[in-house]
Design a protein around this ligand. Structure first.
Ligand SMILES: [Zn+2]
Length: 773
């Protein structure tokens, strides 16, 4: 075994011989090492390519690579589903380069979900091209591409590397300029297919429908080569997304070293309040142990703020040991591209021993060899957890992964039910490309690109009705059997594939009288993170936000050195606009429909480092943000809760909201951040105490309807978490902290949920709603 292997083994032995640590380990699992399965390099690859592989020291391929290349050769559209670091890029680069060597005019389009992945790939392709005498002209086309380079790419690029957002707003609407690409398009490569789920995936499916129309117009019939992390339904997902049949290749031939996985639940330090030790501090301790043993380690956190807090802690403790700051790095969205590329390079070069990251590094960006992963908090889905656990370990080397739970109900459920985690399997990737809101947006874009002809389908959809509606709205004009775009506007610029808003706020450092942009932040997060008085942390450097210019989307900051960070509270108001379906029973009424959510931040807290105590607060005065979306809600008639006083009712509703907000994502197998929850003690709409779960995306994507159907199971699960929680009166792991829900919060919430479950819809027995696992 190598030095690194010995180090990993010895840290693992040290951890395991520490009874104080092991007492809190709820799950210990070893994934055994596996030998590689190899196949000869396919004979149909041209000699130059075979020789190049040999020069690179590749004498054989992994079995999945050979299977992929042969499937493409036979004309199939494929999805390759294997873990990170299994050599997925060869699965598409070899067939594409083969075709480009044989046909100089041939073109390929590569789509990556992020710029970082795209740039990674271009760097790799440049090396290939150089080896092949400059024959493969590869270009990135994204928002950073300079104007003069764009013209060259359109005509000369054999491989155009871009992202779906750029395809949507920069390429498809200008397809006439891209004629050479579309006329000769032989392959579309889509990497990280699993990222295209939920709202983003539903948009991308429609962008691909538009791509299919344009290809058809230019007479091209490209083949699709896709790769994906493990999801429950790669075939179904690939087919829904691409709108065509796909073959799945999912038997991994790459070798792997042994991986040891530990789940760690921080001990309860305050029994009456049910408070556990901070997951950040516990994760820091584990990471410290690993980094001190010189094991390259990645630490994942659940938020940008946690990333900065944790990197600050780690740098401070290693600084004392004489380590320079550069050995510990932070990585997250909001850093400028140049800074991120630098961190990626330093990681690959082995200059960094510890990297603290949000899920931004969960994807396949090449960051070299890491041998340990520490997860601070459950990542939100089982699939994400496997991705993060899998970020450590390459080739034959052993690796170690530790997940440290925080005290939210979802984390506690997962850490205490490891069999659920192991048996349940990864989530399904779900998209709803026919969501009306999304579909209409893309029909507009498609009509702008090429007129629709009567009888033409858009994917599986007959668009006639929507096109007629758009004609009534004076957006389209119908002449004979064709619909033409007639509006002045150019539709794609107003439609963002990822979130409700495309506008980012710039953060400007004004220390020493200079002005320098240090980062950016999306509009929705701005009121929480860069309000005036906020401490904004950027690679562990603290900045005080002196001024936030809301209209110009700029925040002016100054470097400071303080012993606290800030955390803002978000207040949410919700108004029902329309009811799509409802069911009413004597004890509970439930519905789903259309709502307007208004979010506003009023105040922030100052929180001291390490002790995490509250040392002050401040006001925030910023405009409200509106979200028009879908929600599911249930209410309990006033007369049924007449025995509870107002305070008790308030605590029951807060408790129910806290719990349901956490576990609804479990039911939907979606990201917890896709949903919001709010409760009203006397809802203006129902007139009764009401709990709402809303979707954090304009128009919603069908989650509300699913929750409406799952109502009983959801409430049953909530009740069982309360009953199993060992705390006496409420804690962050069940109904929320006692300071928020009061000393009887647990009792009130439990009474309230039992009341709702007592009859509610149809077969109201607890067994009927018992979780099936
Ligand atoms: Zn509890």
């Amino acid at each position: 075994m190598s030095h690194m292997g010995v180090r990993v083994e010895s840290v693992l032995r040290k951890i395991e011989s520490n009874p104080r640590f092991m007492r809190n380990v709820t799950f210990r699992h070893t994934i055994p090492a596996q030998k590689g399965v190899y196949e000869p390099i396919p004979a149909h690859l041209p000699p130059q390519l075979r020789q190049l592989l040999q020069r690179k020291g590749i004498a054989e391929l992994y079995s999945h690579q050979a299977a992929a290349i042969n499937a493409v050769e036979s004309g199939a559209d494929i999805v390759v589903v294997t873990p990170t670091a299994s050599g997925k890029t060869l699965c598409y680069n070899l067939p594409v380069i083969k075709t480009l060597l044989e046909d100089e005019e041939a073109r390929a389009l590569y789509l990556f979900p992020t710029k970082a992945l795209a740039q990674d790939q271009v760097a790799e392709l440049m090396v290939w091209s150089e080896e092949l005498g400059g024959r493969i002209k590869t270009y990135t086309y994204d928002g950073d591409t300079p104007g003069d380079a764009r013209i060259a790419i359109r005509s000369a690029g054999s491989i155009v590397v871009t992202n779906p957002d750029m395809l949507h707003s920069g390429i498809l609407p200008h397809h006439t300029k891209w004629m050479r690409l579309f006329e000769n398009l032989k392959y579309v490569v889509i990497d990280e297919l699993h990222i295209y789920r939920g709202v983003f995936g539903s948009h991308v499916a429609n962008v691909l429908r538009r791509l299919a129309r344009i290809c058809q117009f230019y007479g091209a019939k490209p083949q699709f080569i896709c790769t994906s992390a493990t999801i429950a339904n790669p075939k179904e997902h690939g087919e829904t997304l691409l709108g065509r049949p796909v073959s799945v290749i999912d038997i991994n031939g790459a070798p792997r070293g042994q991986k040891d996985i530990l789940f760690y639940n921080p001990p309860v330090v305050n029994k009456p309040l049910g408070i556990r030790r901070s997951s950040l501090l516990e994760a820091e301790a584990v990471a410290h142990e690993l980094i001190a043993a010189e094991i390259p380690t990645i630490v994942f956190t659940r938020s940008r703020l946690d990333t900065e807090v944790l990197v600050t802690y780690l740098r401070k403790s290693f600084h004392k040991l004489g380590q320079p700051h550069e050995t510990i790095r932070a990585y997250r969205g909001g850093y400028l591209p140049k800074q991120r590329r630098q961190i990626e390079r330093d990681l690959r070069a082995g200059k960094v021993l510890g990297v603290v990251s949000t899920n931004a590094l969960e994807l396949g960006i090449d960051i070299g060899t890491l041998q340990a992963a520490v997860l601070t908090g459950y990542p939100g889905t089982i699939a994400s957890t496997w991705q993060q656990l899998g970020r450590a370990g390459r080739g034959h080397e052993p690796s170690l992964a530790v997940m440290v739970a925080n005290s939210s109900p979802l984390n506690q459920f997962m850490i205490q039910n490891p069999t659920y985690f192991m048996d349940r399997g990864v989530e399904f990737a779900r998209i709803s490309p026919n969501n009306l809101y999304i579909l209409v947006s893309h029909l507009k874009c498609a009509a702008f690109e090429l007129p629709f002809v009567q009888g033409e389908r858009f994917g599986e959809v007959d668009p006639t009705e929507i096109l007629d509606y758009l004609t009534d709205q004076m957006i389209l004009r119908k002449v004979d059997d064709r619909w033409y775009w007639m509006s002045e506007n150019y539709p794609a610029v107003d439609i963002s594939l990822r979130s409700a808003s495309t506008e980012n706020f710039a953060i400007i450092d004004t220390t020493d009288g200079q002005t320098r942009v240090i980062g950016e932040i999306d509009r929705f997060s701005a009121p929480m993170l860069i309000h005036e008085g906020a401490i904004y942390i950027h690679e562990s450097v603290q900045y005080h936000i002196d001024q936030l210019d809301w209209d110009r989307q700029k925040a002016y900051a100054r470097q400071v050195d303080v012993d606290y960070y800030t955390d803002a509270n978000l207040d949410v108001e919700l108004k029902v606009l329309d009811v799509f379906d409802k069911e009413e029973f004597p004890q509970v009424k439930r519905s789903w429909g259309e709502v307007m959510v208004v979010a506003k931040t009023h105040m922030y807290k100052k929180i001291k480092f390490y002790t995490h105590e509250n040392i002050g607060w401040g006001n925030i005065s910023l405009p409200e943000q509106e979200l028009h979306t879908a929600a599911y809600w249930f209410s309990i008639p006033n007369e049924n809760v007449a025995t509870l006083d107002r305070g008790a009712l308030q605590s029951a509703l807060l408790g129910a909201a806290h719990l349901l907000g956490n576990i609804a994502s479990l039911e939907l197998m979606c990201e917890p951040s896709d949903l919001g929850v709010t409760a009203q003690i006397r809802s203006p709409f129902t007139g009764d105490p009401t709990v709402y779960i809303y979707e954090k995306y304009p128009g919603g994507v069908g989650f509300s309807e699913q929750l409406f159907a799952a109502h009983g199971r959801l409430l049953w699960r909530a009740l069982s978490i309360i009953q199993k929680c060992p705390c006496p009166s409420g804690c962050p792991s069940c109904v929320g902290p006692v300071e928020e829900v009061g000393i009887e919060g647990k009792a009130h919430t439990s009474w309230f949920l039992k009341g709702v479950l007592n009859d509610g819809p149809q077969t109201q027995t607890a067994e009927a709603f018992a979780p099936t696992e």
